[in-house]
Design a protein around this ligand. Structure first.
Ligand code: SAH
Length: 396
């Protein structure tokens, strides 16, 4: 087992376990699942790290002690993660949530989502992928306390690192006879396709936002949902008594997926509009036709490119807000969301404040949402706390 001594001072600890690019020399990095002992610049043991290159960083600290193999840690790591989610397992009206959240559950680079009996495991480095069989073997051992049946009856793997020949998504065991699988979340049905690219049809980290839309904010409202993907926010709003919903997404295939969600919840499609369109074009169209909405939800990807331009949240979010305000009804509600890890919460809030002030709006912060409890994160790791959702009432 190699020992790696950091050359500079560092902040690496179990509360901030990411081994960043600048804390390690490039030639010391590896991608083969190697565990190393990490020492600080004075030679004091920091702990054991799993090296492996991912989008950000060179690996993760996994223990503050010296340990020699990861396999033997896995049963305890997953058992602890399952125990933390006991309440979610007991809920009758919610059947999908995150079971293991990478570094927040003690092992960076891997997440596991639970979809009514099925698991979706996402691997973020080649290094962690070398442990796939061990992880699957560990997970197969867990049983439902009441029925004694396996807790996870089938599992898909998503490989979210630079692959050579392997599939980006495939069933590892227990393929269901048909898809979609229908999950429940706070009493709302959603169709999910577990083996279809990297996404499944729903982002589980927005559960509390969908709940709030359904239970608090949508009754009798005209709702606009831009970057709507499968329309999950729209469906939550419609179930919550929205007068109408309008979903806008650039991707062609989102139309059928969105209509399917309404169908599943027996919501008549009249009153629900679905547009396959660029968000900024829709804003122009809506302004031209003097449409207005009581509630506008913006949840763009961190980065997107279409025929005309490149969208990045840091540069272009203010434009989204300005366009939204133009078609927001008096005392309307904006729901502004971003999952960009590099966009600090305080910077996001400042950008919102400055933009609304420049537009001459008076406004009130109504609610702030971050990651729900099944997405735990290490205390000092800002990059792990990526989700920021703000609800703002705007009086023009
Ligand atoms: N809000 C969604 C998730 C959005 S994912 C939810 O809660 O489920 C991002 C979506 O933005 C993708 O479906 C993508 O097709 C869409 N998208 C990217 N650029 C776009 C643009 N310029 N206009 C409209 N949609 C866009």
């Amino acid at each position: 087992m190699r020992t790696i001594q950091l050359t500079k001072r560092h902040q690496i600890s179990l509360d901030n376990p990411l081994i960043t690019e600048n804390s390690l020399k490039k030639e010391e990095a590896s991608d083969n699942g190697e565990l190393v002992l990490l020492k600080d610049n004075r030679g004091k043991l920091i702990g054991t790290a799993l090296l492996g290159q991912q989008q950000k960083g060179f690996g993760w600290l996994i223990s503050d002690e010296a340990i020699s193999d990861l396999q033997s840690l896995l049963p305890n790591l997953f058992a602890r993660a399952l125990k933390r989610r006991k309440d979610l397992f007991n809920q009758k009206d919610t059947t999908a949530f995150r079971l293991f959240n990478g570094e927040g559950d003690g092992l960076g680079g891997v997440t596991l989502d639970y979809y009514d009996g099925y698991g979706v495991i996402s691997l973020y480095s080649k290094s962690i992928a070398t442990y796939l069989n061990d992880i699957v073997h560990t997970l197969k051992e867990f049983t439902d306390v009441e029925t004694g049946h396996p807790l996870i009856k089938g599992m898909v793997v998503k490989r979210r690192y630079q692959r050579e020949k392997e599939a980006e998504s495939e069933w590892v065991f227990g393929t269901p006879t048909s898809e979609p699988i229908i999950i429940l979340e706070n009493g709302v049905n959603y169709a999910v396709y577990l083996d279809d690219g990297w996404m499944t049809g729903i982002f589980l980290d927005q559960r509390e936002v969908r709940k709030a839309l359904k239970e608090q904010y949508s009754t009798k409202k005209d709702v606009l949902n831009v970057f709507s993907y499968t329309g999950a926010f729209s469906v939550a709003a419609a179930v919550g008594g929205a007068n109408s919903t309008t979903s806008v997404d650039l991707a062609n295939r989102t139309r059928a997926l969105t209509e399917e969600q309404f169908d599943l919840n027996k919501i008549p499609i009249t009153g629900q509009k679905v547009y396959v369109m660029d968000t900024f074009d829709y804003f122009k169209y809506a302004s031209r036709h003097q449409l207005s909405y009581d509630l506008i939800i913006c949840d763009p990807p961190s980065f997107a490119r279409n025929k005309k331009k490149v969208f990045t949240v840091k540069k272009n979010y203010a434009d989204l807000i300005a366009d939204s305000v133009k078609i927001l009804a008096p005392s309307g509600l904006l729901v502004l969301s971003t999952n960009a890890a590099n966009f600090k919460a305080s910077d996001f809030d400042r950008m919102i404040t400055e933009t609304l002030e420049q537009l001459g709006c008076s406004f009130q912060w109504v609610a702030k949402y971050g990651l729900p409890s099944d997405f735990p994160y290490p205390k000092a790791s800002r990059l792990s706390q990526y989700l920021k959702v703000r609800m703002i009432k705007v009086d023009r």
